[in-house]
Design a protein around this ligand. Structure first.
Ligand code: UD1
Ligand code: UDP
Length: 396
């Protein structure tokens, strides 16, 4: 079965009888994947006029999930430039969004996570005195430089936001410890809602040449700015070591479009017979590939949430994580960025069945597939359109 996610209708005129106008604002691939289920729910709600504005911080990597989830943005700032810098993204998004928000005057701007688009959107909304709802709020490492610049993006967004939609209770704890105590809802993560739309048993891959899949394979991604340079090189050499030590194992690595990442990945692994370096995958391919892999190795945030829900062990290729819940559940291990440690952790899982089984348990501390509904209900409650405050998501 080939899957295209259906059902998100574009509404360009104010829905009949809509009471509030909500604008979702985002710009990158992970934000699109995680906002899509929420847009779907908002657009189905008669009380809401749901508008969508994208900055285009990512272009191709944003457009693919938008297409797959059937979302046509109402506004598109198209800011991406090759080798874009953080000031470029932030300033272009801030100025563009200021104009959009000033003309549309939504009742609330909904932003997601911790990208530069997120922070710029929250700031632009603040300048326009438009309340901000922050989806995926409260994640923290406590280190302002790691992940960089995301830790500060999400901290500053929290200060600007009126409503905070935390995936887990521990995310709420982080906000409370920063003195933010109003407008917090524990909703689960919308990424679990997205998996409910994308993963199917008899999935047929959209990307030509992906199937037939190798019998045993690691699915890997890399893109974090703080891993640029030595850390990324060490991780890539660890991948080569792992393949050399396990002749029956392959690696599938969808290569991020960042020129820095591409140079590093192709420099170390280009030409390796069992390293399949592919272009960024459509999200349905990615999620269904994850459901079939043996092991995930990544510095991505989203993959740390998705893989545990699919019963796949994850080795996190970073020095820290703002997602400790799956580490505590035992399905995610923080491997760091040293060649020896990454190689050792992967070989332990690939060669020791008992160790593998210990980690390969479906654990899903991040949601029950109803996060988008809770966020919608919290917004309706906030605006007095729903009598009861929605119940918190309780993990496990
Ligand atoms: C951004 C986010 C990061 C998120 C990641 C998801 C910031 C600061 N970082 O990082 O939090 O985890 O997205 O992938 O907001 N590029 C293309 N085509 C695309 C997408 C990107 O060519 O479709 C290129 C850009 O031109 C740029 C590079 O990739 O040179 C990096 O993109 P950028 O948005 O600056 O940062 P990411 O590392 O993707
Ligand atoms: N993803 C995708 N295609 C790919 C790689 C990732 O659709 O080739 C999805 C992945 O499943 C997750 C999201 O993109 O839903 C994560 O994006 P990324 O790792 O770029 O960002 P992060 O989560 O680290 O912010």
């Amino acid at each position: 079965m080939r899957l295209t996610v259906q059902g998100t209708r574009q509404i360009t005129v104010k829905a009949k009888n809509a009471m509030i106008k909500i604008m979702t604002i985002f710009g990158t691939r992970p934000e699109a994947v995680k906002m899509a289920p929420l847009i779907r729910v908002l657009r189905a709600c008669g009380d809401v006029e749901a508008l969508c504005c994208v900055t285009g911080q990512h272009r191709h990597m944003l457009d693919v999930p938008l297409r797959q989830f059937g979302i046509t943005p109402d506004r598109d700032l198209d800011i991406m430039a090759e080798n874009q810098t953080l000031p470029h993204i932030t300033s272009r998004a801030l100025c563009g969004l200021d104009g959009v928000l000033a003309s549309e005057r939504p009742d609330m701007a909904l932003v997601h996570g911790d990208t530069s688009t997120t922070f710029a959107a929250a700031l632009a909304a603040f300048y326009n005195k438009i309340p901000v709802g922050h989806v995926e709020a409260g994640l923290r490492t406590g280190d302002r430089y790691s992940p960089f610049p995301e830790e500060m993006n999400r901290s500053m967004t929290a200060r600007l936001a009126a409503l905070h939609f935390c995936p887990t209770a521990s995310n709420r704890g982080n906000l409370l410890s920063e003195g933010i105590s109003e407008g917090i809802f524990v909703t689960g993560n919308t990424v679990i809602d997205a998996l409910g739309l994308t993963v199917v048993r008899d999935y047929e891959f959209e990307t030509r040449g992906l199937a037939p899949l190798p019998e045993r394979f690691i699915l890997a991604t890399l893109h974090r700015r703080e891993n640029y340079g030595q850390a990324m090189d060490d991780i890539l050499h660890a991948f080569a070591d792992i393949l050399d030590a396990c002749p029956d194992v392959s690696l599938i690595l969808p290569v991020h479009l960042s020129p820095v990442v591409r140079a590093a990945v192709y420099g170390v692994l280009g030409g390796h017979p069992r390293a399949r370096l592919v272009e960024p995958l459509p999200v349905t391919d990615m999620h269904n590939l994850m459901a079939r892999c043996e092991l995930v190795m990544t510095d991505s945030g989203g993959l740390q949430e998705e893989a545990p829900a699919l019963g796949k062990p994850v080795l996190v290729l970073r020095r820290e994580t703002e997602r400790p819940e799956a580490v505590a559940a035992g399905t995610v291990k923080l491997s760091g960025v040293s060649r020896e440690r990454v190689r050792g952790d992967a070989l332990a899982l690939l060669t020791d069945r008992a160790e593998y089984e210990r980690m390969a348990r479906a654990a899903n501390p991040y949601g029950d597939g109803r996060a988008s509904e809770r966020i919608r209900d919290a917004i309706l409650w906030h605006f007095g359109l729903r009598g009861q405050k929605p119940d918190d998501f309780i993990s496990g």
